[in-house]
Design a protein around this ligand. Structure first.
Ligand code: 16G
Ligand code: MG
Length: 545
């Protein structure tokens, strides 16, 4: 095809291997890095089209988050810093899987179906994590952009949320902040310093936090940020990538799924620690008590802390805002119970995946969304932000109202509203604990988690599992939901659900119950039901020892 000679030429330098099929899923494309060169080139092309379509800058992040070092992945970022629109996810899958000889035809098809005006200019921001494969893969993205005549800006090493932030800043002409790393560090750290400056009696002990950076990009970026924090937070950085392997026995995903401390981290009993994941968009907290017992404070605990704090401030200044918490089926039953019954907060449940939570949270004045795995943030509607601004500017307000209004404004500023951001979430949590003079144990005691267990089951084709009600119930295969219901009835305060994973070729099983033994037993029983009714392979799941 004569229209795109440069695409044609460049595409042949990034050829697609035969029989590789990949789907743009919850977190974009993700697989072994060796299979991704053509996908990256094609996503550079697609981002250029999307930029023309939206008349705005689009982001492309090269990362595989918490996956092992040998994997990589890519995801596109839409103009306001949100996830790529779902219609375009289909185009992404189409372009990535077109046979080498059919690539230009697929390109023309996407241009037509997406009604892209090719005469428009295009601008693409590119970022990458620290994986050894990321350098050449992000170059392939840049090649894709230039092949279609788009302009690009290569930010090099960034956390995923930092790239989301850059895209939003640029597209709002600086209204959200300056689209540079320095702009990001300054905005967040100044808000943090303002938030904590009047906290009384904050001792050095309270200012100390251990951070496990999963041997990933978060370590580099936290180091860069430290000088902006004016020593208001004392960070001991572990798993900073100087020795250990990325995500190996460390990081937020490991800690959450294994329910134990990361390797490579030393902490005294009672001290606070937190773990980022490989691209620093998730965070979980924890501490070890004097008996050596590990206590996890996951996304549900984080959402509750933030929600409590915000509601208190709104009450103090008499702001009547509609606050909601958005969770997924993985949220611990105790957290939902506490939020709804004790705090009287509206709770919404969505399917797994940030884009679902994000969209649901946009429906409220203030939407706090967190997945139990630690991915989340807070969204403020324009009207809510405007009301906070007016309070700050109200010349007639007394000192106390002014103080609280400023706290609210700095809370808004410390939050990265584009997507969950481990660094931003960490600063917000640290600020809240400081302002409330609260220890990690006191935070943990707000409610007690029900013991829970997650397991995976291998099946021949995980697409046989179809779910409804935000993944809380199964509609097929026939009989599976009835089996789960029967099993759940045999345990106290129990709940269980199964869903096909969006990132791995497995069916995930979740169970919670009143006791550890009960939760473990129920998870095992449900995995057996999945194995038997959904075409399990590779031997029956074994009970946990
Ligand atoms: C991806 C999602 C995460 C979700 C996880 C579920 C984004 C940015 N990330 O990592 O939100 O919790 O997938 O994985 O949306 P699973 O489908 O394999 O359980
Ligand atoms: Mg991540």
């Amino acid at each position: 095809m004569a229209q795109f000679p440069e695409v044609s030429k460049q595409s042949s330098l990034h050829p697609k291997p035969a029989d590789v099929f990949l789907q743009y899923a919850t977190a974009g494309f993700r697989t072994n890095a060796k299979l991704l060169d053509h996908v990256m080139f094609r996503m550079g092309v697609l981002a250029t089209l999307r930029s023309k379509k939206t008349n705005a800058t689009i982001g492309v992040m090269v990362t595989a988050s918490h996956n092992p070092e040998e994997d990589n992945g890519v995801k596109l970022i839409d103009p306001m810093g949100e996830m790529l629109s779902q219609t375009w996810e289909v185009f992404a899958t189409q372009l990535a899987n077109a046979d080498q000889d059919d690539f230009l035809t697929a390109l023309m098809d996407v241009i037509e179906k997406g009604s892209v005006d090719m005469s428009r200019e295009a601008n693409v921001f590119v970022g990458k994590d620290t994986r050894s494969s990321s350098a050449s893969l992000s170059q392939a993205v840049l090649d894709g952009v230039s092949a279609l005549g788009g302009r690009s800006r290569d930010y090099g090493l960034l956390t995923t949320p930092q790239l989301h932030y850059m895209v939003r800043c640029h597209n709002t002409r600086g209204e959200y902040g300056e689209a540079t790393l320095e702009g990001y560090y300054k905005k967040l750290s100044q808000a943090f310093i303002q938030l904590t400056k009047n906290a009384s009696n904050c001792t050095d002990d309270q200012k100390h936090l251990s951070v496990d950076a999963a041997n990933g990009i978060g370590a580099l970026k936290l180091r860069e940020m430290e000088c902006y924090l004016n020593k208001e937070l004392h960070i001991s950085l572990f798993n900073d990538g100087s020795r250990g392997k990325l995500n190996h026995r460390c990081g937020a995903d490991f800690v959450k799924t294994q329910q134990k401390a990361p390797t490579g981290l030393t902490m005294n009993p009672g001290e606070r620690g937190c773990s980022f994941d490989g691209d620093a968009d998730r965070i979980v907290y924890y501490y070890i008590d004097s008996e050596g017992q590990f206590h996890l404070l996951d996304g549900d605990k984080i959402a509750t802390l933030i929600c409590t704090f915000l509601k208190e401030l709104f009450t103090q200044v008499g702001l009547n805002l509609n606050v909601a918490v958005v969770q997924t089926a993985y949220a611990n039953g105790s957290s939902t119970h506490y939020l709804e019954d004790t705090m009287k907060v509206m709770v919404r449940c969505t399917k797994t995946g940030v884009k679902h939570l994000h969209h649901a949270a946009q429906e409220f004045d203030v939407g706090v969304y967190f997945e139990a795995n630690g991915h989340g943030t807070v969204l403020f509607s324009e009207a809510a932000e405007e009301q906070i601004r007016q309070l700050v500017e109200d010349a007639t307000a007394d000192e106390e109202r002014k103080r609280v209004a400023l706290l609210l404004q700095n809370t808004v500023n410390v939050i990265n509203q584009t997507v969950g951001d481990a660094i931003s979430d960490m600063l917000l949590i640290e600020a809240i604990l400081t302002i409330k003079g609260m220890t990690v144990q006191q935070w943990d005691a707000i409610y007690g988690d029900l013991p829970n267990r997650q397991l995976k089951v291998k099946v021949a084709d995980r697409r046989v599992i179809d779910t409804t009600d935000a993944e809380r119930r199964v509609v097929s295969p026939a009989g599976l939901q009835e089996s789960i219901d029967t099993l759940v009835r045999n345990h106290r305060r129990a709940r269980a659900f199964v869903r096909p994973s969006g990132t791995e070729d497995v069916v995930r099983v979740y169970a919670e119950a009143e006791t550890r033994e009960s939760a473990d037993a129920l998870a095992h029983e449900v995995s057996l039901a999945v194995y038997r009714l959904a075409g399990g392979v590779g031997g029956e799941p074994k009970p946990l020892l």
